[in-house]
Ligand binder design. Sequence first.
Ligand code: ATP
Ligand code: MG
Length: 398
Amino acid sequence: MIDGDILIIHYGEIGLKGKNQVDFLRCLQRNIQSALNRYLKDVSVKMHRGYYSVDIKNPDSETVNAVMGILSATPGISWFAMAKKTDRKSIEESVISVAKDEYVEGGAFVVRVNRSDKSYPKKSNELEKELGSVIINSTSWQNVSLKNADTTIYIDIYKENTCIYTKRYRGVGGIPVGSSEKVLSLLSGGIDSPVASFLIAKRGCGVDFIHFTATPMQHKEAIQYKVCELVKKLSQTTLRSTLYLVPYTHYQLATMENRVDYDLIVFRRFMIRVAETLAKQNNHKALVCGDNLAQVASQTLSNIISADKATDMSILRPLIGYDKNEIIDIAKKIGTYEISIEPYKDCCSIVSQNPKTKSNHNRLSEIENRLFENYQKIIDDSVNDSTVIRYENGSLCE
Ligand code: ATP
Ligand code: MG
C-alpha cells in the first residue's frame, strides 16, 4: 500500500568530503529544514546514509510547487523527488497504481531501480525486468524503451524507505550556505552581479549585499525597487541576506565642483571603500563583484587592479573569465534575468562620457587626495545614511 508522500533529497559534492563531511551534512539539513518550514509546519528533515527524507502529509499542489522552487535553488542539493512511500511487501501493487496514474497514451516507459539497501534480496536489474512485466500485464502501458521512455518509473529501495516516483528535479549542486564564511556582494541592478552572488553562495558563503543609490531611501519605498526584488529572489539561494542601500550623495557633493579625470574608477574605488567599511563592521571576510574581464571600460585589467588596491580586503570575482552569454544563461536559470533587464528607476551609476581604460593606483591616490579633504568622513557618512533591509528564504523580513 502507498503510505503517503515523501520528499527524497540527494546531495552531490558533499559526498566527496572527508572527515568533516558530517558538518556539511548537518549544515544542509538545517538549511533544508528552515526553507521548508516557511511552507510546511511540523515536518522534520531526516538525515540518512546518502540522502535526506521528509514525510509530508497530503500536500496541496501550491505547497508542492513552492517546496520544489525552494529546493531547486538551495545549494548542496544535487537532485530531489516527490515520491510515494510504500512498504516492501507492496512494491508491485504500488508500482501498478503509480503507473496507472502516469499513463501516457501510446507512450513508452522504463523502470529504474536503485537498491541502496544491498540486503534487499533481488538485484536491481532483476527487479526492473520483473516490474516492467507486471506493468505491461496490469496497466494500459505496452511499450518499454530503455533510451527514449516518455515516463521513467523510479523505485528507490533504501534501508529506511521504499519510494516510487517519476520525476527527478535537478538542484543547483555546490555546497550548503553557511559552510563557508560570510561575504559582502556589490550588487548593481545589472545582469552580472546577481549571478556572481549566486555562484559564491553556491560555494557555501553566506552573502549580504550592498547597493549604491543616487538618493537616500526609506525602507518603505525601497522594497519596491528592482535591486530589492533581486535580493528577494537571490535569498532563495542565500537563505538569509541583509541588503545595505547606501546613498552616494556625500560622494557627489564632494566631487560636484571638480571635473574628475578617471571619474568611473574613482567612483568604483569609493564603492569598494564603503563596502570594506561595512564588511569589517559586520564580519564579512571578503567582497564580491560581478566584474568580467574587458567587458566594459571599467573592467580592463588595469582598472580592476586599481580597484583592488583601494582595499586590503580580498575581492572575489567569480565571473572574471565568463562569456556574456554564459552569464545570461545562468541569470535566466536562476530567475534574476527578467528582473535585471527591467529599466532602472532606483539607481543610476556614475556615467562617464569618456571612461579611462588605463589607470594606476598612485595617480588615483593623488586625485583622491586632491578631491576629498576628509575621505574617511565621506565614507562614514555614507554608511550612516544607509537603509538596511532583510530577506529570508525568498521573502522580506518585516
Ligand atoms: P552588472 O551587470 O553587475 O551591473 P556591469 O557589467 O554593468 O555589471 P559595471 O557597471 O562596471 O559592470 O559594474 C561592475 C561591478 O561593480 C558590478 O558587477 C557590481 O559588482 C559593482 N557595481 C556597479 N554598480 C553598482 C552599484 N550601484 N551598487 C553596488 N555595486 C555596483
Ligand atoms: Mg552595471
